[in-house]
Design a binder for this molecule. Structure first.
Ligand code: NAD
Length: 300
């Protein structure tokens, strides 16, 4: 791909079509792009048969046929596994291609892949996202991009298909660092909200009253706005942002803290709370399921 070539002439590849990847990839189709897709799950791929996307048999095929390759995968280990190796994206994509990893991973993972990509004449950007499944569906995500600025500018029209607030942060891995900072706050805020609500219930307050007061008082936060009405009040914790992913993000923050000798006591405590939720079988539930967990522990 020549930088600056016409938007719709670029062919998009998308690897990982889960809760976030599916709606993001769909937005490229809606915008009129030719799209090559792959997900390791046969069930997920089956659903794409009804679309105009080209269904690829593996990541190699996506890489060979695309100018810009997006990935949205559960963790850094999986990102590395699809990027590296003889059949991996790095070895298979065209010279001049741009890879944009949208997953939340450690900065070191992106830095290392960016370096390896550079050796093959390929650009690698880390671009973790924030805004959840709803933001992915609406194309209003926040994107935090690290890596080569020229490559970032070249793919900006495509980033605009999936995001509304798009930030170039700096060198490779800096997008990941920004995402870690954001999700440290998200995880701690949710853990605090869950504790507060159960304490309130034990003190005889009803949820509706707490929601009303918190929403106009100093205790409000993104989680009180996004989670109370949609998950906690209906006691329905499916979809949303998984406990296991939040736990991963807090673990990434703890690793980052260790690397720079920065104690993170709040993060450490929150990570243990999500660890407990995982042990209780809530891994795939939304992070607000911490409320369910504490209510089962303390309100019997
Ligand atoms: P998900 O588990 O729903 O989707 C991941 C997809 O990747 C699945 O469909 C899975 O089958 C596929 N996959 C796994 N291994 C693969 C492989 N080797 N090759 C191809 N496909 C493979 O996860 P998600 O919620 O969509 O999250 C994706 C990333 O986005 C994560 O890094 C997460 O931390 C981040 N994120 C998620 C949210 C959210 O609200 N869910 C918000 C912001 C960021």
């Amino acid at each position: 791909m020549a930088y600056g070539s016409d938007k719709l002439e670029k062919v998009i590849g998308f690897i990982g079509l889960g809760a976030m990847g599916k709606p993001m990839a769909e937005n490229f189709l809606k915008a009129g792009y030719e799209l090559n897709v792959f997900d390791v799950s046969a069930l997920v791929m089956e659903k794409w048969k009804r679309t105009s996307a080209n269904l690829c048999k593996n990541v190699t095929e996506v890489a060979e046929k695309s100018d810009i390759i997006f990935s949205s995968l559960p963790n850094g280990k999986i990102v590395q596994s699809i990027m590296e190796g003889e059949q991996g994206v790095l070895a298979s994509c065209k010279t001049g291609a741009v890879i944009v990893d949208l997953s939340s991973v450690a900065p070191e993972t992106s830095e290392s892949l960016c370096q390896k990509a550079g050796e093959k004449g390929v650009c690698y950007l880390d671009s973790p996202v924030s805004g959840g499944v709803t933001g992915a569906q609406k194309g209003t995500l926040t994107l935090m991009v690290g890596g080569d600025r020229e490559a970032y500018e070249a793919v900006l029209p495509e980033l605009n298909c999936i995001g509304k607030n798009i930030f170039y942060i700096g060198k490779s891995g800096s997008g990941d660092a920004m995402k870690i900072v954001n999700n440290l706050l998200l995880g701690c805020n949710m853990a605090a909200l869950a504790e507060a609500l159960i304490l309130g219930e034990k003190c005889g307050l009803d949820l509706k009253t707490m929601k009303e007061i918190i929403s106009i008082s100093s205790g409000r936060s993104y989680v009180s706005e996004a989670k109370l009405e949609n998950f906690i009040m209906p006691e329905s914790y499916d979809g949303g942002f998984a406990i296991s992913l939040q736990h991963k993000d807090l673990s990434l923050a703890l690793e980052a803290g260790k690397a720079v000798t920065m104690p993170l006591p709040m993060t450490s405590m929150a990570a243990q709370i999500y660890e407990l939720a995982k042990a209780e079988g809530l891994s795939r539930k939304d992070i607000s399921a911490l409320v369910k967990m504490w209510s089962e522990h303390t309100l019997k």
